[in-house]
Ligand binder design. Structure first.
Ligand SMILES: [Zn+2]
Length: 321
């Protein structure tokens, strides 16, 4: 039997999505479920196993036709062994996800950081297809990053490379989830944007967000931010402008370090608010006098969206990679 398919899985803080990927790189079929959060490691693994089984059943194929399964998750991963070294929002720290899944599926299994997988996806099937050096920035609840240098994914000597969200943008700036101050994520991650809006509302500032969210500001989804931007809401506009400026500053640093052909931005915040943010990000990056003379780097929004993780994970799991 020909092994002609790959499976790519994007495991996020709210949903997990698996895609059946053809050797041509096309996603043929997909299945999405809610990420189980309040469960044991064993139960979590079982839910991933079930997701794969359901996808295979729906595709009416056999596991024998699958040549590899790749997984992208938001944490620090040892991609050589498939071990989850550190993850804050899923019950998986310390687990060897590849070994666990191999008990159910006797195929090649690769596990990697989701933003790294997204960078691979962009390099295989997105804007960075023919490029040597590309950088991916995923702006969602947090901010992730992935570096492709000389056509290769760079994860560093201790697998913590490419964590662009924790690049310091402002010394002694706002506190970040990692314990440092002034990280990119503390300006541009959705949690930071939400925090800023909540603090301003507490001080008495008005925003249409309270109306849309029926006064509740517990969670402000990206599409609500977009709605507020469309209404020219002053508070949301100011906060998103600051986030964009921080991303622009990050792009300048990235261009100085890597000098890539593309910096590709994706993630929920960019998907919703990219039209507003990208021109500001580019403007901040273009203000660098040195780079504006020598760099031809293109800063662009991902054309693949979340599919970049599925496609990148599938590519990473390909045995002939
Ligand atoms: Zn940080």
């Amino acid at each position: 039997m020909l092994k002609e398919y790959l499976i790519g899985i994007d495991i996020g803080g709210t949903k997990m999505e698996a895609g059946l990927v053809a050797s041509s790189g096309k996603i043929l079929l997909r299945r999405k479920v809610k990420t189980p959060l309040k469960c044991t490691k064993k139960e979590f693994v079982l839910s991933v196993v079930n997701l794969v089984r359901e996808l295979i059943a729906e595709g009416d194929i056999s596991i024998k036709e699958i040549s590899g399964i790749g997984i992208g998750i938001p944490g620090v991963i040892d991609p050589v062994h498939g071990k989850v070294l550190l993850i804050t929002n899923l019950p998986l720290t310390g687990i060897n996800l590849a070994t666990e899944l191999r008990k159910s599926f006797k195929v090649h299994i690769t596990v990697g950081n989701d933003a790294n997988m997204a960078a691979l996806g962009e390099h295989r099937a997105g804007l960075g297809r023919n490029a040597h050096n590309i950088v991916n920035i995923s702006v969602g609840t947090g901010v992730g990053g992935g570096l492709i240098i000389g056509g290769k994914l760079i994860t560093g000597s201790f697998f913590a490379g490419g964590e662009l969200g924790h690049m310091i943008i402002q010394m002694d700036g706002p506190k970040c989830t990692c314990g440092k101050k002034g990280c990119l994520e503390a300006f541009a991650g959705r949690w930071a944007i939400e925090k800023e809006i909540r603090a301003a509302v507490k001080k008495g500032e008005k925003t249409v967000i309270t109306k849309y969210g029926q006064g509740k500001l517990k969670s402000i989804k990206s599409r609500l931010l977009k709605k507020a931007l469309d209404k020219h809401d002053p508070l949301v506009t100011r906060v998103i402008k600051e986030a964009s400026k921080a991303l622009g500053a990050a792009c300048v640093s990235i261009m100085h370090i890597v000098d890539p052909e593309y910096i590709i931005l994706g993630g929920g915040v960019i998907e919703a608010c990219g039209d507003f943010m990208l021109p500001l990000i580019r403007k901040a990056a273009e203000s660098d006098p040195f780079l504006s003379t020598v760099s031809g780097c293109i800063i662009a929004e991902s054309t693949l969206g979340d599919d970049s993780i599925i496609l990148g994970a599938a590519a990473a799991a390909s045995p002939d990679r």
